[in-house]
Structure formats: C-alpha cells, structure tokens
Design a protein around this ligand. Structure first.
Ligand SMILES: Nc1nc2c(c(=O)[nH]1)N[C@H]1C(S)=C(S)[C@@H](COP(=O)(O)O)O[C@H]1N2
Ligand SMILES: [Mo]
Length: 214
C-alpha cells in the first residue's frame, strides 16, 4: 500500500471502494473529522483496553498500551460510511482484528452482541456477527501512518459493514452481552443495526426485532 504523505490528488481520485458505495452515499475526498464532544488526551500510563462482561471463563481481560501494541498487527482495506451521507473509500487500516480478540478472549456461549466502549462514555452496540466479521479492526494506523488524535489515536474500531458511528474512536474496551442494548447514538435516534446497504440510518426505520424498545 502507498504512503499517505505521498498520495496525490490524482491517486486519491482513483481510490477504489473496498465494498462499493452504499445507496444514498457520495464519495468524500480527503478525510474529515467527525465526532461528538472533545478529543481526549492520551496518557499511556492511564490507558488500558478491557474485555469484560460475558466471557467464556467469567474473567475480564486487560491490556496496557504496551501489551496491546504487542498483539498481532494486520491490515484491512475498508471504507468508512458516515450516516450524514459521505463515504471515505479504500483506506488501509492497520491494527488488531476484532476476530483476533474474540479468539484470545472467547465469549460465553450465550453472547449475541457486544458494546464497544470509548473515552467519555461513548458506546456503540453491535451484533456479534458484525463485530466478528474479518474486516472489523481495532486500528492504530491508517495508510501506514499512526492515527492522529482527532481520528482516534491511540485506537479506533473500524467496522466497514456498518455506518461509521458503530466504530468508536478512542476505544477502551468491549463488553460481551447476552442481550442487545442500545449504544450512544442508537439511543439518540439512530438505527440500532446501522447497515448502510439497507440504509438503516434512523431509529424510526426500525422494524420489529431490529432492536430493543426505545
Ligand atoms: N468516540 C467517538 N467515536 C466516534 C464518533 C464519536 O462521536 N465519538 N463518531 C463516529 C462517526 S459518526 C464517524 S462518521 C466517524 C468519523 O471518523 P473520522 O473523524 O476519523 O472521519 O467516527 C465515529 N466514531
Ligand atoms: Mo458519522
């Protein structure tokens, strides 16, 4: 993969969508910053990543920054689809696959969903299958470069098969759940499932069974 500092406009224009452009989306050149609230300051000595909730053993697992950085690093080419209708296509994300974490810390048999937690209490709920998808990655890098603070340094989740709000920046942990529960935006008018291919943007579009009562 090319290095971003040398990527010209023309190169950016020829970027391929890893999965095509979902309905109602347009391509966004460059990489805007989109989030709610302030950018947290990273302090390595205070940072930890936790997997907790319904693990197979009943124990939670914690990594400090050094330990997390030693986990297997892989790259995934994936698109980001913002529900406000722009998509950033074809970036190469580097980090730890969600599936790697699932094999390191197996969920209990009854786990159906996860809640992904970030700084300041931001959260996003995902079906276990969406989380386990081989393209879901806890990214430290994009196009070979360390993430910047505003894009989620030191760690963000990228779940290319769902709208980008389902991928918290400044992520700090994963809770294994035996029932679904709404995350931050899912409680505030956004669709519980958030599949861009079905244009599941808003909670009023939900059908019975798509999510817990609002
Ligand atoms: N912690 C946190 N993560 C977040 C958000 C947020 O508000 N807080 N916004 C999401 C939304 S709506 C989008 S579109 C992407 C934007 O990522 P970017 O700023 O790197 O483009 O981050 C997602 N992750
Ligand atoms: Mo977004």
């Amino acid at each position: 993969m090319g290095h971003p500092e040398s990527r010209s406009e023309e190169e950016a224009d020829t970027r391929q969508a890893a999965g095509g452009l979902p309905p109602g989306q347009r391509e966004q050149r460059g990489w805007p910053v989109t989030h709610y609230g302030p950018v947290p300051r990273f302090r390595a000595e205070r940072w930890e990543f936790r997997i907790f909730g319904a693990t197979a053993t009943g124990d939670k697992r914690c990594w400090n920054h050094e330990e997390f950085s030693a986990l297997p690093y892989e790259t995934v080419v994936a698109d980001l689809h913002c529900v406000t209708k722009f998509s950033m296509l074809g970036a190469e994300w580097g980090g730890v696959r969600a599936s790697t974490l699932l094999s390191l810390v197996p969920p209990a048999p009854g786990v159906t969903h996860v809640m992904v937690w970030a700084e300041y209490g931001y959260s996003a709920n995902l079906r276990l299958a969406d989380f386990a998808d081989g393209h879901s990655v806890f990214a430290t890098h994009r196009d070979g470069e360390l993430l910047t603070a505003e894009h989620g340094f030191p760690l963000r989740l990228v779940v290319p098969r769902l709208y980008a709000w389902k991928g918290p920046k400044w992520v700090r942990g994963v809770e294994y759940m035996t029932a679904d529960r709404r995350g931050f935006w899912e409680e505030r008018g956004y669709h519980n499932l958030g599949d861009p291919w079905r244009e599941q943007r808003y909670s009023y579009q939900e059908e019975p069974g798509d999510g817990p009562e609002l």
